[in-house]
Structures are given as structure tokens and as C-alpha cells.
Design a binder for this molecule. Structure first.
Ligand SMILES: Cc1ncc(COP(=O)(O)O)c(C=O)c1O
Length: 483
């Protein structure tokens, strides 16, 4: 009779072998990139009821379960995966998630995971250096007199955005925490901002109607020189603009807002500048594409998801602030059983995050980076962006397709047109996507951009080639011919 750690060892071998086959099979396109079976059918197939009631998920039973589970996943390692901004995870990074789950060290307080907390401290500093900010000087002491930067890892960019706007609210309206909303606060966001931005403003009690759109050019980029007039008008109406958000880059078409010009306006009006670099922060690791985020260091806060362009398994997001005090003071609260003076060798992140029990997210990023090396990661980011640019050139040459705008990063919007140059309507684009997914060779997304529906490719997978895009275009043509 095996004891539980022997069972663990045997089952882990079984799981790792199955996952290796899964990745190889996905890369070789030997299974569909996506299948969408009804939930009830899957619950039955996976024998969820049986297993929950009777237990026994080990050995052959585990093998059976895992086979059925993997057959019904969306395969991010498949070259046809071109849909959403989620990394095709690095296998070594995935081991980081496995180690973290097994040790289960919720490291937001140092005593619950010194190694994990040190890695988070190290990775936050690595990110701060990429931004060009001063790093946190010692893990032991925060110098209240120093203006160094700081950060914390969160479970996703949406929570990171909420945390950044909380820091903004607390810096700009310190009484808000105790007294509530004075009633005249406004946050300005790009037209194309991620939905988590409006949600954050609403959750923070500022009111969704006080989350207003910034002026934009015809492509949707923020027009910095039109912002002063908007702020002046709002001020004349008795409003107070406390924070302004810029995209680096936007979700729909991946466009970067002009950060230096926006930062100048924020400085002139003493407004907090938050840069949402959840996706486009990847450019920070690339010498070739660093220019896209020029001026980001002038922000007051930034978010950056490692689980997007950095090949890190979900989730691992960072909220970074130029001045550590703004994060340290954002949560003006005490929990006596956690926050008390103690002699410890490492750093507590607890006071900087919404979360109490928090996974050791830094390990996923660290192990991805440690496997690839900085140069490897840079090559990866360059490859993703280069691929989108090459695909755009290829698609633009086809006389029955149109590219929305030359891509700045690894997001590409395009649509089918008729030979007279007219574009096919929204229903046709949606039907094309539906049939592509049904067939299972390609998984793409769609988006509304400049008021129209576009097919959308997000290049996240290191194994995608231009040949895959040529096959995609051929398949779309076939589908269109059959409509
Ligand atoms: C610009 C931007 N900000 C924030 C988010 C939210 O990040 P997460 O999905 O990690 O919550 C996304 C997600 O796609 C995004 O594109």
C-alpha cells in the first residue's frame, strides 16, 4: 500500500507525462485548438458527481480524468491559438505554479513564505528597473524619508488597476477613506480603456458616471493637446479631476497613447497619471520596441501583466508606483493579528494589497525568466510583435481583406471585404469566427474598433508562423464562399 507522498510522486509523473504529450500534440495541430461542448455533457464526461462523492482520483482514474479534461481544453500551445491576451505559458513557469500550489505559501506576510516573498520582492524590483524607477532599497526597511518606487504582485490586471486607482484616490483625496466621496471627483480614461477601469472607478465609490472619456484621434489614441480644454471645462463645472489613465496599449487594437505629452498635462494640472500597461508593458523588455512606452517613467502608477506578453502562466500582474508611500498609504487599515511590529528578515506585502491569502505569483514569472533568460524573453516579445507586423503586411496585400491599422504591437485587427472594396458587415465577421471555431483549426477573437466589427488576432504563441496565417486566410475565404 502506497502512502500519500508515494501516490503524489506517481500521480505527478503521470500528470507531467500527459502534459508533455498535450503540449506536443497541440503544437503539432493533432487536436482542435478549441472545442465547445455543453457544460452538462462535460460534467458527465468528467464524472464530476461520482468523483466528488466517492473520491479515488488517482492512478488510472486520474489518467482517465486528465485525458478527458485535456481533450476539452482550449489549447494555447496550438499554432492556431490567436484569440486572447493570455500567454502560451512557458513549461518551466508552469512548474513554478505547481511548486507554489504544493508548498502553498501565501507569502503576503513574510512568515508565511520567506522564499516566495523574497522572489516577489526581487521580481518587483526587476520590473521597476525595466520602467526606469528606483528599486526598493532593502527588504527589511522602508525608509519613510526616501521617495523610492514600489510595487506588489496581484491576481490579475483588473485587481492591479483597482489597486492603482485606490493609490491615486488616497494620494489625491486623503480623507476619502474615512469621510467618503466629496461628490465632485472625476477620472478621465481613454475611449478604448479596458472595462476594469470603469469598474474600478465604480467600486472605489467615485461613480461610473464620473469616469469620462478622454478626447481621441480617429484611430482612438488619446489626443493630449485637447485634454487641457476638457479639464478647464470640468473645473469650471465644479468638478475635480483626480486621475487620468493612458493606455500602453489599448485592448482592442493594441495602440499606445502618447505618454510624454499626456504626462506633461498631468504635471501641469497636478493630476495622477496611471498607465495601463497590462498588455503592452511587454515592450519594456525589448530594446527594439521600448520606444512604444517612452515616457512611462513619468507615470505615478503603472500596471503590467506578466501573464500576457511575458509567457508567464496566469496570473501574475504587477501594480507599480513611482513613490512607495502612495501604495503604503493606500490601505489605511490595521489588522492586529497581521500588522504588528515584528523582527523578521524579509518584506511583508500585506499592507499593499487587497488580498490577504495571496499565491506566490512571483515564482511563475521568475521561473519563466530564469529558464529563458532576459535575452530569451526579449526575443519572445520581439517575435510576437514582428509576427503581427508581418501578418498585417500579408493580409493587407489580399484584395478581399482589409487591415484596420498597421499594428504597433502583437494585436492585429482585420476584416473581409468585397471586391468592390466595401467591407462585409458585422454579421458576416461574427459568422466567420463562429465557423472557424467550430472547425477547430483556428481560434481568433473579434472586437469593436472605430464603431465597426473586426476580426482580431493576438499573437501570444512562440510557434506561430506566417504559414499559419496564410492557412487562416485561406480557411476564411472558404468559409466566406460557403456563406
Ligand atoms: C489594457 C488591459 N488592462 C487590463 C486588463 C485586465 O487584465 P486581467 O485580465 O489580468 O485582469 C486587460 C486584459 O486584457 C487589458 O487588456
Amino acid at each position: 500500500m502506497k502512502n500519500d507522498t508515494e501516490i503524489f510522486r506517481a500521480d505527478a509523473d503521470l500528470v507531467s507525462q500527459a502534459l508533455q504529450e498535450y503540449i506536443d500534440q497541440s503544437r503539432a495541430k493533432e487536436a482542435p485548438v478549441i472545442t465547445q461542448k455543453p457544460g452538462e455533457y462535460l460534467a458527465e464526461l468528467l464524472q464530476l458527481d461520482d468523483l466528488v462523492t466517492g473520491g479515488g482520483l488517482t492512478g488510472d482514474r486520474l489518467k482517465q480524468f486528465l485525458g478527458d479534461y485535456l481533450a476539452n481544453t482550449t489549447r494555447l500551445h496550438h499554432p492556431g491559438y490567436l484569440a486572447h491576451q493570455v500567454a502560451t505559458s512557458h513549461p518551466t513557469g508552469a512548474l513554478g505554479a505547481f511548486i507554489d500550489a504544493t508548498t502553498n505559501n501565501p507569502m503576503a506576510i513574510n512568515e508565511m513564505g520567506p522564499a516566495a516573498a523574497s522572489i516577489e520582492y526581487f521580481m518587483v524590483n526587476w520590473m521597476l528597473k525595466k520602467v526606469g524607477w528606483t528599486t526598493v532599497p532593502t527588504p527589511r526597511q522602508l525608509d519613510p524619508a526616501s521617495d523610492h518606487a514600489a510595487g506588489v504582485l496581484t491576481h490579475g490586471g483588473s485587481l492591479a488597476n483597482l489597486t492603482a486607482l485606490l493609490a491615486a484616490r488616497s494620494a489625491m483625496v486623503p480623507d476619502f477613506w474615512q469621510e467618503g466621496n466629496p461628490g465632485n471627483l472625476v477620472v478621465l480614461v481613454p475611449e478604448q480603456s479596458h472595462y476594469s477601469m470603469k469598474r474600478s472607478v465604480a467600486i472605489l465609490g467615485i461613480g461610473e458616471k464620473n469616469c469620462l472619456s478622454l478626447p481621441a484621434d480617429k484611430d482612438g489614441r488619446v489626443l493630449a493637446d485637447k485634454i487641457p480644454a476638457l479639464i478647464d471645462q470640468l473645473t469650471a463645472d465644479g468638478k475635480r479631476v483626480i486621475a487620468l489613465v493612458a493606455n500602453a496599449c489599448g485592448t482592442a487594437a493594441g495602440l499606445y497613447d502618447p505618454l510624454p505629452e499626456i504626462a506633461q498635462v498631468c504635471r501641469a494640472y497636478n493630476i495622477w497619471l496611471h498607465v495601463d500597461a497590462a498588455h503592452g508593458g511587454g515592450a519594456l523588455v525589448s530594446e527594439k520596441y521600448r520606444y512604444l512606452v517612452k515616457g512611462i517613467e513619468q507615470a505615478d502608477s503603472i500596471i503590467w501583466d506578466a501573464h500576457k506578453m511575458l509567457r508567464t502562466p496566469s496570473v501574475c500582474a504587477a501594480v507599480l508606483v513611482r513613490n512607495h508611500r502612495h501604495l503604503d498609504q493606500a490601505f489605511a487599515q490595521e489588522a492586529s493579528y497581521l500588522f504588528h511590529k515584528k523582527d523578521q528578515p524579509g518584506f511583508d506585502f500585506m499592507s499593499r494589497t487587497v488580498e490577504c491569502t495571496k499565491a506566490g505569483l512571483g515564482l511563475r514569472l521568475f521561473m519563466t525568466l530564469a529558464a529563458m533568460g532576459e535575452r530569451g524573453l526579449e526575443d519572445h516579445v520581439n517575435h510576437l510583435i514582428d509576427m503581427a507586423k508581418q501578418a498585417a503586411v500579408y493580409i493587407a496585400k489580399q484584395n478581399d481583406f482589409e487591415v484596420a491599422i498597421p499594428p504597433e504591437t502583437n494585436i492585429l485587427c482585420f476584416r473581409t471585404t468585397r471586391h468592390n472594396g466595401e467591407y462585409d458587415n458585422e454579421d458576416i465577421q461574427l459568422e466567420i469566427r463562429r465557423r472557424l471555431l467550430e472547425k477547430g483549426d483556428f481560434f481568433i477573437s473579434t472586437t469593436l474598433y472605430r464603431g465597426n466589427r473586426w476580426l482580431r488576432l493576438v499573437f501570444m504563441n512562440p510557434v506561430v508562423t506566417l504559414e499559419d496565417i496564410e492557412e487562416l486566410i485561406a480557411e476564411i475565404r472558404q468559409i466566406k464562399a460557403s456563406l
